[in-house]
Design a protein. Structure first.
Length: 393
């Protein structure tokens, strides 16, 4: 098949600036390059880091770049915003990017257009006569109360959801077998327990000791992710000096040097236990396993309805006993191998769960083994095979 991939245009493909969706696109493009399944063109915003990326040498995957940052693009966006912003589905930045992509697409014939997490694109394209649309839905963006949901739903040939939770949300519009779950995956070769002796990152380099009981939180630093509640739980455990916390991540992708007010409020809250918490800031994705390796357990207490939870899989793949919340698609990933707590009375629930694992090392060993086994269900090879199988049905 001849396929075009449309992203929202915020981050480049290949995923040189990170991004969960972008990494998942890289996975299936890598598989397509290996297996020579389809002729795929992926549209992406331009970034100088892609110039020497080996993925661009593929003979079956083609990369079409839109420069949205040069002077010409910035001026055109201002004009677009003035004339269109009140009429469009998305903000003017995304809409301008879409129109630049569409100017190319309309000159070509594709068997299918895959829309990565952009149901609004389905609305716009259906109004222009397209009915060969597949939506790959990573977030809760299409349901019975979303904008133009009926038009969007019926314009799509297939809807691939990253979890059964998202599938149920889409099904509030209509039950239909064109909605299919394809669980996300990660690179298990990258996320796996390794000998940390040769690593430049150790507990000592971040101010902890081998005797400490180290918790790791990994992910975006915002209110929805439950990091504030986790710190409140740590404050309740401050009488236990060996319990420490690594907060791994930043507020937005590579926001390495720009702390927002929420992160500042977290640090202010921890002034009395500064020796027990390390905020790493942004860490490049390839270094994340090195930091996870330092921990005894992972705590990922998402407070919103998490669509999937890649950080949950990453923690399991590193063999970490896991504490998380009953949120969205998370139970699908780790039910039966993790401690899953309710979001009601969350701080006390987290405190009790952490204390339980702190006091029971044998339980941690069993949970670690269970995590490793469960993570095998979510490797990138399984994800990519299931993704293309769903397309070809």
């Amino acid at each position: 098949m001849k396929i075009a991939i449309l992203t929202c245009g915020m981050l480049p493909i290949p995923a040189v600036q990170g991004g969960a969706v972008e990494n998942l696109i890289d996975f299936y493009l890598e598989y397509n390059n290996k297996m020579k399944l389809h002729d795929i063109t992926v549209f992406s915003p331009w970034n100088t880091q892609v110039v020497t990326h080996p993925a661009l040498s593929s003979d079956v995957n083609h990369y079409h770049y839109i420069n949205v940052d040069n002077l010409k693009a910035r001026l055109e966006r201002r004009v677009y915003k003035y004339f269109h912003s009140s009429k469009d589905y998305y903000n003017y930045f995304i809409e301008y990017y879409f129109e630049r992509v569409y100017a190319y697409i309309k000159k070509k014939n594709y068997d299918y257009l895959i829309l990565e997490n952009c149901p609004g694109y389905a609305y716009k394209l259906s109004q222009r006569g397209y009915n060969n649309l597949i939506l790959h839905l990573h977030n809760d963006l299409l349901h019975s109360t979303s904008r133009y949901h009926d038009i969007i739903f019926h314009s799509l040939s297939k809807i691939l959801t990253v979890s059964d939770f998202i599938k149920r949300r889409v099904s509030t519009i209509q039950l239909d077998d064109k909605i299919q779950t394809v669980h996300n995956g990660i690179d298990l070769a990258q996320f796996s327990p390794k000998d940390n002796a040769s690593s430049l990152i150790s507990r000592e380099t971040i101010g902890f000791t081998k005797e400490d009981f180290v918790i790791v939180y990994s992910g975006r630093i915002n209110k929805d992710k439950g990091i504030s509640e986790l710190i409140d739980a740590l404050l309740q455990l401050k009488a236990l000096p060996k319990i420490k916390l690594i907060v791994l991540g930043s507020s937005f992708f590579d926001n390495a040097n720009n702390e927002d007010t929420f992160i500042c409020s977290l640090k202010d809250k921890t002034k009395n236990i500064e020796d027990k918490i390390v905020f790493t800031g942004f860490i490049p994705y390839h270094q994340v396993p090195c930091f996870l390796q330092l921990a005894d357990i992972a705590v990922l207490p998402s407070m919103w309805e998490e669509p999937f939870g890649l950080t949950v899989v990453e923690a399991m793949a590193m063999g970490l006993p896991l504490i998380t919340t009953r949120s969205g698609g998370i139970p699908e990933i780790c039910e039966g191998v993790a401690t899953i707590v309710d979001k009601a009375n969350i701080v006390n629930n987290l405190t009790s769960a952490i204390l339980d694992l702190y006091e029971h090392p044998e339980k941690r060993k069993l949970m670690a083994a269970a995590s490793l086994e469960r993570a095998k269900m979510f490797d990138k090879e399984t994800y990519t095979k299931n993704f293309f199988a769903a397309l070809e049905q």
